[in-house]
Design a protein around this ligand. Structure first.
Ligand code: DLL
Length: 433
């Protein structure tokens, strides 16, 4: 194991918790004293900073929601003055106003440091050429990874998204050893490369992919690793917390959440109470050290579970497991909860289908109707109707087993579903139209 900052990353858990408590206490006092929003919230909730006597007292503090950010658009939330800000990022939501995040110089340093630890834990460092194919600009992916990669002494190839053929040429010519992008974009890139006669596994030096910004599954990891000859690591973050911040270590068993930066809770989204360790719930984060926009008990809306068991890598910080989906991503089909990631998991276990799929939900009469359109793998594409029927039955069976609800399957030609350069859109829900 190689840590970027061993003093913090390998600190005994009891010390880490003490540090978190100190940071939490300072944060709560600061926000109570200087932020009208938090002051009023805490008063309304009848909690005073003096009530925080130990780390678990975080439970006494009120939750925060995305709506709070929208209602305070663009910057009523900031706890640093305009002169102290060195950057804005803006994340577009599907409804309402976007979220604006401001950063002081220290906030950028903290974010960069978080990524330096994360990228090092995924085995990257000096000598690597990291192709950053996340969007640069208002989205946090491009600049976030860029700063993190430079910090560890790697060479950055800042390609951003798009212009895929040129990206593949540069990947070969400059010998990129790692790529950071959405899983959907890497899939697209792999296909474009094959059309150009380039095998990423054989004709490039690419060995590591840092994939995130949208949900993906273990089965998809298996497929991408064997197809592209890479190790694929999940990376997580949201703009409200800074951007991408946490990556899996080489154990590939969840993201280490740096405890000096974030205090995480997993709660039952309905009751707001903590779930038992290892159970699934909504990730809620208190970001402990940010100057311009700290957050207390922010309900991110992502569904996951947490693991405080020691990691074989030696890092002592807790791990959050792969995001299963968002609270608002969940489809309810005939009363059954269905996450797009379950569909992906089921499909990727069928070798005859490709990587691209789309879920179309409709209402037929009074009933929900779910159709899964999935591309055939090129090797299974055939005009023999009996072969196709057989594959369709197999896929329908598997989906039924995993989802407990019937899905009709339409097998489509390889390459016929939409491709995405940024975050993909896998669900078309026509029920509300
Ligand atoms: O997506 C930040 C990011 C950039 C993360 C690059 C990773 C890599 P937002 O646009 O604010 O920020 O979207 C945040 O995306 O709440 C999750 O729902 C989803 N998300 C991000 N990473 C993952 C992941 C960036 N690894 C929202 N798995 C989050 C599943 C993810 N969902």
């Amino acid at each position: 194991m190689r840590s970027w900052d061993p003093r913090i990353e390998e600190m005994p858990v009891a010390e880490l918790k003490k540090m978190q408590y100190r940071l939490l206490k300072t944060l709560v006092y600061r926000l109570y004293s200087f932020s009208p929003f938090y002051h009023d919230r805490m008063k309304a909730h009848k909690v005073h900073p003096d009530d925080i006597k130990e780390l678990s007292d975080v439970k006494k503090l009120p939750f925060m929601f995305k709506k709070d950010l929208r209602d305070n658009y663009p910057d009523k939330f900031f706890t640093a003055s305009r002169e102290e800000l060195v950057r804005y990022h803006v994340s577009s939501g599907t409804t309402g106003k976007p979220t604006v995040v401001g950063y002081t110089e220290n906030d950028i340093a903290l974010w960069t440091n978080s990524l330096a630890r994360a990228l090092t834990s995924a085995g990257l460092g000096r000598g690597d050429t990291i192709q950053v194919s996340y969007g640069y600009g208002l989205f946090t992916g491009g600049l976030g990874l860029h700063y993190g990669a430079e910090r560890i002494g790697a060479t950055v190839l800042p390609t951003s998204v798009g212009n895929t053929e040129r990206q593949i040429e540069l990947m070969q010519d400059l010998g990129s050893t790692a790529i950071a992008c959405t899983p959907s974009y890497l899939l697209h890139m792999g296909e474009v490369a094959e059309k150009m006669g380039v095998s990423i596994a054989k004709d490039t030096k690419m060995r590591t992919a840092i994939l995130g910004a949208e949900p993906w599954t273990e089965k998809m990891r298996e497929r991408m690793e064997s197809w592209l000859g890479i190790k694929a690591y999940d990376i997580y973050g949201t703009s409200e917390l800074s951007g991408p911040m946490f990556t899996e270590c080489t154990e590939q068993k969840g993201f280490h959440i740096w405890s000096d930066i974030a205090l995480t809770e997993v709660i039952d989204p309905k009751s707001g109470e903590p779930v038992a360790p290892g159970e699934h719930g909504e990730l809620t984060v208190t970001i402990l050290q940010k100057e311009a926009m700290p957050m207390i008990r922010y309900r991110i809306g992502d569904i996951t579970s947490m693991d405080e068991e020691p990691c074989p890598c030696g890092r002592t910080h807790p791990r959050v497991h792969r995001i299963e989906g968002r609270v608002d991503d969940m489809l309810i089909i005939r009363g059954i909860n269905v996450f797009p990631s379950q569909v992906e998991h089921a499909l990727m276990g069928v070798p005859e289908v490709g990587q691209h799929f789309q879920i179309v939900v409709d209402r037929k009469g009074a009933l929900d109707d779910m159709m899964v359109r999935v591309e055939l793998a090129p090797a299974s594409f055939s005009d023999k109707i009996t072969d196709i029927m057989q594959i369709r039955n197999k896929v329908e069976h598997r989906l039924m087993n995993y989802l407990n609800v019937k899905a009709n399957v339409e097998l489509v030609e390889p390459g016929s579903l939409p491709r995405f350069e940024g975050k993909s859109k896998k669900v078309v829900d026509r029920r509300s139209l």
